[in-house]
Design a protein around this ligand. Structure first.
Ligand SMILES: [Zn+2]
Length: 255
């Protein structure tokens, strides 16, 4: 594989395809200097999107992703022009965290849908990848993506049904496997059914899941867990994840 991100990878990197790096404040730069990692750093609103872009300027192994988390959706009047300006100004290649959520914030679903449809259309226009959050709205999110014709989407921390997983994978989209799999049975089951060529790993750091503060340091352990479940060696898993992520980066024009 060719080099990309102006980075010389002497070993196969760990992939954190979903981390809220801006939330680490001063620590973010230290964290992104972890040389054997590549981060897709997601954002939750306009302000955090700009912070993420600043971090990525200092760390060549960080891919900045701008977004608007469905948990933050309150107003129907969202300034899409502002998003578009950020994409154009900074040559952004990824949108996330974006999506739909019927589990935690179902009351704002209609506004979420309006926002998500518009952002996905923007992703299509600018050939961007998407990091998609969709608890209890996996089907709805897939339908929006299908209608749009976007090529690259990662279903972050997928916990939806097995049949839908097959549809997602057949569509050429990816399944994000989170480090929390070791304590979340529902997610552990996803590792069993998701094909190795359709998964990427993620931390969602610094999210606190049932008392476990998630972070990229847990990724080697997740690789070992996936290897055990799939009955292959860790090297095979690590290389497969990097290959998958490399294809993602290539398709959005980064590598
Ligand atoms: Zn997240």
């Amino acid at each position: 594989m060719a080099q990309c991100l102006q980075y010389n990878f002497s070993t196969t990197p760990y992939i954190d395809s979903h981390i809220h790096l801006y939330e680490y404040g001063e620590e973010a730069e230290k964290l992104c200097k972890e040389i054997h990692y590549i981060f897709l750093a997601v954002s939750d609103d306009i302000q955090s999107s700009l912070k993420t872009i600043e971090i990525a300027k200092k760390c060549s192994n960080v891919v900045p992703s701008i977004g608007f988390h469905p948990w933050n959706v309150k107003e129907p009047n969202i300034d899409f022009k502002q998003f578009e300006n950020i994409i154009k100004t900074y040559n952004v290649k990824f949108l996330g965290e974006v999506g739909l959520d019927k589990k935690f914030v179902s009351e704002t679903f209609n506004v979420q849908l309006h926002l998500f449809e518009n952002l996905v259309a923007m992703a299509k226009d600018y050939e961007l990848g998407l990091s998609v959050h969709a608890p209890n709205a996996w089907r709805e999110a897939l339908e929006v993506l299908r209608r749009s014709g976007v090529k690259i989407a990662i279903f972050h921390w997928y916990t939806g049904p097995a049949e839908l997983l097959r549809e997602i994978v057949n569509e050429g989209f990816y399944i994000g496997i989170n480090v929390a799999a070791k304590i979340q049975k529902k997610h552990l089951e996803i590792i069993k059914i998701a094909p190795l060529e359709s998964i990427v790993t993620e931390s969602d750091g610094p999210y606190n899941y049932r008392g476990l503060v998630l972070g990229p340091a847990m990724l080697p352990e997740l690789i070992a867990l996936i290897a055990k479940i799939k009955n292959v060696d860790e090297k095979t898993v690590r290389e497969a994840i990097w290959r998958n992520f490399y294809i993602i980066l290539k398709n959005v024009g980064i590598c």
